[in-house]
Design a protein around this ligand. Structure first.
Ligand SMILES: *[C@@H]1O[C@H](CO)[C@@H](O)[C@H](O)[C@H]1NC(C)=O
Ligand SMILES: *[C@@H]1O[C@H](CO)[C@@H](O)[C@H](O)[C@H]1NC(C)=O
Ligand SMILES: *[C@@H]1O[C@H](CO)[C@@H](O)[C@H](O)[C@H]1NC(C)=O
Length: 448
């Protein structure tokens, strides 16, 4: 059976180096060298490539663009382009709310159909908007906005069933959460299917073995809460009582549902951890979600592996290399600095700048050769990103470093690299464009 064959591969996969998903870290996109700006988003796979479509929050909450990134492994993301861009006026003009973009493909019209929440800055319009394109990551033609069936609509999601019928999931503040059927072109709503009287937003649906799972968040603004789910074998009901899928009180591991996406034998939960004071610094809480019968369980992982075939696994053990360790080479002004919450109470600062301060970490062990994910622990007390040019065995890439909680508390930025087997790897953290890099606490490197 294909499933057991792939499970075998997955077990082999954990024994060699693998790319890892690190929830809550800075995820640098190639093409922009910045933290991915695809908040409130979703993923669609087209011809073995994954496209992640979400909101650009680089300059605050008002609409800037709907961004599209691509990946062939769900870990390394490249910026491709904007599906919708800022206009002079209208729904996509300045100071507008354009949120929760979701795309589904319509076989009959051969069009990608994008639905969004469209609003004014006071959230009074409460409408959905629709745009279409003949290419997934191309430019979309904006059609119109409206209140579906005349009702308020704020956070929304889409669901395409296995018979190609598609549905809008929409939060109607006055009445509850709605499931509405779309027309054949997926560009309009034709019929109310179900109304949940509960106050639930950010809806996301998936179907497994004939069971529909509908996930959503309670209404607590940008703050997180214990998100909930309900199941049914029929979209019209009967639906089960809403219940938590992460342990009560964890606020869904501090995230808000945006999308659920099947990958191999696993299900990827995509959540947003919004930083309301600095939205561009919001991180992505992607975690494995187990669906068993009618039960959904979210797993907390610091770092995990999601094979495209087979089943997810925890990332396993690591070795930490302290930046301030005496066998490292600090040059051009880089030096150890106090960092009270960093491991060992120290970090290496003054990386970059016009002197191009550099930290070189030698003899990093690669337990297995191949591509893996290193967590670069850093502190950045600024309110904007810092950057560094990171060179691993002669190959360079630019990493972004989001503001960390405060200058003394480290966060992680992910570095996806090829390590050589043995203790022969050299990692240099250096200047990018003469700007200051972050203070580096250390490197957390996977080992067997
Ligand atoms: C969308 O559907 C509504 C009723 O379901 C209808 O009133 C409206 O004219 C439709 N819009 C378009 C553009 O077809
Ligand atoms: C250390 O980290 C904790 C938890 O994140 C935080 O509350 C505290 O303010 C930090 N201490 C310093 C000195 O930054
Ligand atoms: C990064 O550093 C490497 C090695 O010093 C250098 O060759 C490369 O040009 C640098 N790249 C950038 C973008 O600064």
């Amino acid at each position: 059976m294909a499933a057991s064959f792939f499970t075998g591969l997955a077990l082999l996969g954990t024994a060699s180096a693998s790319l890892q998903i690190v929830p809550g870290a800075t995820w640098t996109a190639s093409g922009t060298n910045q933290h991915v700006q695809a908040h409130g988003g979703g993923i669609i796979s087209v011809d073995s490539t994954y496209y992640w479509i979400g909101e650009n929050k680089l300059d605050g909450s008002a609409f800037q663009s709907i961004n599209c990134y691509s990946s062939d492994n769900l870990v390394e993301w490249s910026f491709v382009g904007e599906l919708l861009s800022l206009q002079d006026s209208g729904d996509l003009g300045p100071n507008r709310v354009v949120e929760r973009p979701k795309v589904i493909y319509n076989e009959a019209t051969s069009k990608y159909v994008l639905w969004l929440h469209i609003d004014d800055s006071s959230y009074g319009e409460a409408k959905t908007g629709v745009a279409t394109s003949s290419s997934i990551c191309g430019e979309y033609e904006y059609i119109d906005s409206f209140r579906p069936l005349g009702y308020q609509s704020r956070d929304m999601g889409l669901f395409k069933d296995d018979d190609d019928t598609a549905y809008l999931l929409t939060e109607d503040r006055k009445n509850g959460l709605r499931i509405n059927k779309l027309n054949d072109e997926y560009t309009n709503v034709t019929e109310a299917i179900h109304l949940f009287p509960e106050s639930i937003e950010s809806p996301a649906m998936i179907k497994q073995d004939g069971v529909y799972f509908l996930f959503g968040s309670q209404l607590t603004g940008w703050s997180t809460n214990d998100n909930q789910y309900t199941t049914s074998t029929d979209l019209t009901g009967t639906w089960s009582d809403w219940q938590n899928f992460a342990p009560s009180g964890t606020n869904t591991y501090d995230s808000q549902t945006t999308f659920v996406f099947p990958v191999g034998d696993s299900v990827l939960y995509m959540g947003d951890r919004w930083i309301s004071s600095n939205l561009m610094a919001s991180t992505y809480i992607w975690l494995p979600l187990t669906l068993d019968g009618t039960t959904a369980t979210l797993h907390e992982e610091t770092s995990w592996i999601l094979p495209l075939d087979g089943t997810w696994s925890s990332a396993g053990t690591t070795k930490t290399y302290e930046a301030e360790a005496s066998d490292n080479e600090l040059s051009n002004g880089a030096k150890a600095v106090t960092c009270s919450n960093c491991s060992g109470g120290k970090a290496v600062g003054y990386i970059g700048g016009s002197e191009e301060g550099t930290l070189q970490i030698n003899n990093v062990a690669g337990d297995a050769s191949g591509t893996t994910t290193i967590r670069v622990r850093y502190a950045n007390g600024d309110s904007s990103q810092r950057y560094a040019n990171v060179t691993v065995n002669g190959e360079s890439q630019v990493l972004a470093f989001l503001p960390s909680d405060n200058g003394n508390t480290p966060a992680s930025s992910t570095l996806h690299v090829s390590l050589e087997e043995g203790r022969s790897n050299t990692i240099i953290v250096g200047a990018y464009n003469d700007g200051w890099g972050p203070d580096i606490d250390g490197l957390v490197v996977p080992r067997e």
